[in-house]
Design a protein around this ligand. Structure first.
Ligand SMILES: *[C@@H]1O[C@H](CO)[C@@H](O)[C@H](O)[C@H]1NC(C)=O
Ligand SMILES: *[C@@H]1O[C@H](CO)[C@@H](O)[C@H](O)[C@H]1NC(C)=O
Ligand SMILES: *[C@@H]1O[C@H](CO)[C@@H](O)[C@H](O)[C@H]1NC(C)=O
Ligand SMILES: *[C@@H]1O[C@H](CO)[C@@H](O)[C@H](O)[C@H]1NC(C)=O
Length: 389
């Protein structure tokens, strides 16, 4: 049968023509084999049940079970295991549409205690164009911490990654779509990342990073800092000026009132509950889609505003990602090879205090941006001393 689907030489054509008859015969033969087998299964089941009822359970149970197992599809049976519900998807390249994915991601268990030993993981979500020039730094950061993190990459749909199978980034791309800064497509990409990460029930914290971000502390500091935090790190503020409240549209009421309008940084770090609020939102999304268009940059307002309304007390109202606005202009500073000096690193790591779980802390940022590819080499050199990895 297999051979007939291979390309044929001309003389072999009659074989192809006889195919339908052949397969019909084969099907009949298969049926003739299957029917007695099924009857046998049913008979064994009945006999087992009969024996259980009349001769006691102990001796016949194994036989009954064995015959039951041959009749039930093995795969169906696996789906009834707890494992089926808690195992992360083995392949990130699923076929779900965004609507299907967000619906699936909005599933939340109603019993808060997990009936298994759940080790919370941090989901690192890379929102990128494609290549990750700073990957060697991240590889070093993740090394030795398998099982405590997961990775998701949203890239241009056309991007073909070539990470070796030894890389932590190997096969970590999710089905992606084109995104454009300042439009809803950017928030869509972030929701897509969150929704994919939510499919793994062990993911508890969700960090959004870009290809120009780096970690500025070692994993052993980042992990407890995030998993023990009572708050989600979303930079949120009320800007009364033209670039803040000035972008609000009164068409958004009553879902969003001007006093609730917020602005914030796109680079967030949130917990599972807040991530679910974002994935399941159907209340605020249509309002922002319709009434927050450039010069209202929706990626600066949608999440900060809707989360302040829905879950304000869960937010730290500060970002965990350091960025330099001191050079002015619409874009933050980018740092290259020449910028990686001792003075710069001290500025990055020191001289700031913030609240962490309602206590004063000198560790306020765990990640930093933006770094050019040329910064990789000097960063790799200073990372052991300054970042601890
Ligand atoms: C998705 O669909 C394509 C074509 O329809 C198929 O080749 C592929 O195997 C599917 N992938 C999964 C993960 O189901
Ligand atoms: C963040 O702001 C909200 C109000 O918008 C507030 O309820 C919450 O307590 C603030 N978070 C912290 C850590 O102060
Ligand atoms: C953090 O949350 C836990 C559990 O909800 C609570 O017991 C603890 O007091 C909180 N800590 C602070 C500093 O708010
Ligand atoms: C936070 O700290 C302040 C003063 O240090 C205290 O009044 C307040 O009750 C604390 N809040 C929580 C939630 O523990």
């Amino acid at each position: 049968m297999q051979l007939s689907s291979l390309p044929m030489e001309e003389g072999n054509e009659p074989t192809v023509k006889t195919r339908p008859t052949q397969s019909r015969v084969a099907r009949q033969r298969l049926l003739r084999l299957l029917v007695p087998f099924l009857l046998l299964c049913v008979a064994i089941s009945f006999i087992s049940l009969y024996m259980i009822r009349y001769f006691g359970v102990q001796t016949t149970l194994p036989t009954a079970l064995a015959s039951f197992q041959t009749c039930v599809n093995v795969e169906e049976r696996n789906k009834l295991d707890l494992e089926h519900w808690i195992r992360p998807p083995s392949n990130l390249l699923h076929n779900m549409t965004d609507t299907q994915l967000l619906w699936r991601a909005s599933f939340v268990p109603q019993i808060k205690e997990y009936p298994f030993a759940r080790v919370p993981k941090i989901a690192f979500m890379f929102l990128t164009k494609g290549p990750l020039p700073l990957a060697p730094l991240w590889e070093r950061f993740f090394k030795g911490h398998e099982g405590l993190y997961s990775i998701y990459i949203h890239a241009l749909p056309s991007f073909q990654a070539d990470f070796p199978s030894s890389s932590v980034f190997y096969r970590k791309q999710i089905p992606s779509q084109l995104t454009e800064w300042g439009t809803m497509s950017m928030c869509d990409a972030e929701r897509r990342l969150l929704a994919n990460a939510l499919l793994d029930i062990s993911n508890e914290r969700f960090v959004l990073v870009s290809e120009s971000c780096i970690p500025i502390y070692k994993f052993n500091i980042v992990y407890p800092y995030l998993t023990k935090s009572n708050h989600s790190f979303m930079g949120v503020f009320d800007d009364p000026g033209p670039f803040g409240r000035g972008r609000y549209s009164y068409n958004m009421a009553p879902e969003v009132n001007i006093a609730e309008w917020r602005k914030g940084s796109q680079w967030f770090e949130i917990n599972r509950k807040v991530a679910t609020y974002i994935a399941e939102d159907t209340k605020f999304y249509p309002k922002f889609l319709e009434f927050c268009r450039p010069a209202c940059y929706v990626d600066e307002h949608y999440f900060p505003t809707m989360l302040t309304i829905q879950a304000g007390d869960l937010l730290a109202n500060r970002s965990i990602t350091w960025v330099d606005w001191s050079r002015g202009g619409p874009h933050p500073g980018t740092f290259g090879k020449a910028d990686i000096t001792e003075e710069f690193l001290k500025r990055l790591l020191e001289g700031e205090t913030c609240l962490y779980n309602n206590q004063t802390s000198s560790v306020c940022f765990l990640f930093a941006r933006k770094f050019a590819p040329s910064a990789l080499e000097p960063l790799l050199l200073v990372a052991p001393k300054y970042f601890g990895y």
